[in-house]
Design a binder for this molecule. Structure first.
Ligand code: NAD
Ligand code: ZN
Ligand code: ZN
Length: 350
């Protein structure tokens, strides 16, 4: 069957193969017929070897090249032994970056399962969703609610839940200001969750006017084109300094800008994963009581909540389906920063 696998040269692109086979089902596993998979910028980091070569990390399960993809949605086709306690054939489930974890460590039992030291991540340490069929751990595959469009559900599976969680990590409160640095796949959903779910005011920064226009349509009140305007001056002038800054731009300069738009006691929530270090002014951090927090995707409970807001129509991902064979062109578009919302690979027509 068809699958997108990481190249051994880790050059940032994928090979589209048609002889791939999912691994045999172990106890508690289920086989999923994939319908749609969104392409997240993290897939580009994986294909580029930014976190290490995925073809050399994690379990091989008989396959020697890692299948990418963690914004996956599909229907359960077959249950392995023991999986019927959690899923039924025909259920629509998601395949997220958080694949599964040990279930018993301090992180797992305290609602912080994504930080489990035995965590497995789809498309990185275990094969992901970008194949016609994929294997999930039935306990960990969060169901997609009826009433939520499956193409839109793909974006909530990573981008949506990540920003919903990051806004929680930033302790976002109604009426407060949030800045969203980068209005791409994650950023546009950050705007929607911040405005429509948390009831916050939103300032958004990007270098692309179409993305800024989409953010405005989704409730952002302050729009800054970083290529034409002074980001720090404009955000401070129009918001008085933000309560929390959400950084989704794959660019270390965006992190420094975010520090400088915070009001005293503001929180910088680091979400994007550019290579390198972040410049943090020590005096501002101390004198203004600045906090910096990393935020990593979300737990199964976060994803269930994030889906529910989608099902209720409070957030509506911007999605466009594209053909499997165009994946490397989509990767180029994402690198160029020209995708508004998400491009979603359609497996239903293969
Ligand atoms: P994307 O390419 O869709 O969006 C990135 C956006 O940033 C683009 O719109 C681009 O125009 C904009 N941008 C670039 N430089 C900028 C700057 N200096 N200031 C403002 N905007 C700028 O990518 P995405 O899928 O939204 O992912 C974003 C990042 O988040 C990636 O590094 C990805 O790996 C990471 N990510 C992290 C998590 C997590 O759990 N922490 C989850 C998913 C993705
Ligand atoms: Zn992702
Ligand atoms: Zn654990």
């Amino acid at each position: 069957m068809k699958a997108a696998v990481v190249r051994n040269v880790n050059d940032g692109y994928v090979d589209l193969v048609d002889d791939w086979q999912p691994r045999a089902l172990s106890f508690g596993d289920a086989l999923v017929d994939i319908e749609y998979v969104g392409l997240c910028h993290t897939d580009l980091h994986c294909a580029n070897g930014d976190f290490g070569d995925p073809n050399k990390i994690g379990e091989r399960n008989g396959n020697f090249r890692r299948v990418i993809g963690h914004e996956g949605v599909g229907r359960v086709a077959k249950l392995g032994e023991g999986a019927d306690a959690y899923l039924e054939v025909g259920d629509r489930v998601s395949i997220a970056w958080f694949y599964d974890a040990c279930g018993v460590c301090d992180y797992c039992v305290s609602g912080n399962e994504t930080f489990c030291r035995k965590v497995r991540n789809s498309g990185y340490t275990i094969d992901g969703a970008m194949s016609q069929q994929a294997v999930v751990n039935a306990k960990y595959a969060v169901k997609v609610p009826e009433g939520l469009d499956p193409v839109e559900a793909t974006s909530i599976t990573c981008a949506g839940v990540t920003m919903y969680k990051a806004l929680k990590v930033g302790e976002t409160k109604p009426g407060e200001w949030v800045s969203v640095h980068g209005a791409g796949g994650l950023g546009n959903l950050a705007v929607q969750y911040a405005h429509s779910v948390f009831g916050a005011h939103v300032a958004v920064i990007d270098g692309n006017d179409d993305k800024l226009a989409a953010a405005k349509a989704n409730g952002a009140e302050v729009l800054v084109n970083r290529k034409k305007e002074d980001v720090v001056a404009k955000v401070n002038e129009l918001t008085g300094g933000v309560h929390n800054a959400q950084v989704t731009a794959v660019n270390d300069a965006a992190f420094s800008q975010a520090v400088n738009v915070l009001r005293p006691m503001g929180k910088l929530v680091a979400v994007a994963l550019p290579q390198g270090d972040m410049a943090l002014n020590i005096a501002k951090t101390v004198l203004d009581g600045i906090e910096v927090r990393g935020s990593l995707v979300g737990t199964r409970a976060d994803l269930k909540e994030a889906f529910q807001f989608g099902a209720e129509g409070k957030v509506k991902p911007i999605v466009e389906t594209v053909a499997f064979q165009d994946m490397n062109d989509i990767i180029d578009e994402m690198k160029a920063g020209s995708i508004t919302g998400r491009k979603v690979i359609d497996f239903t027509t293969l």
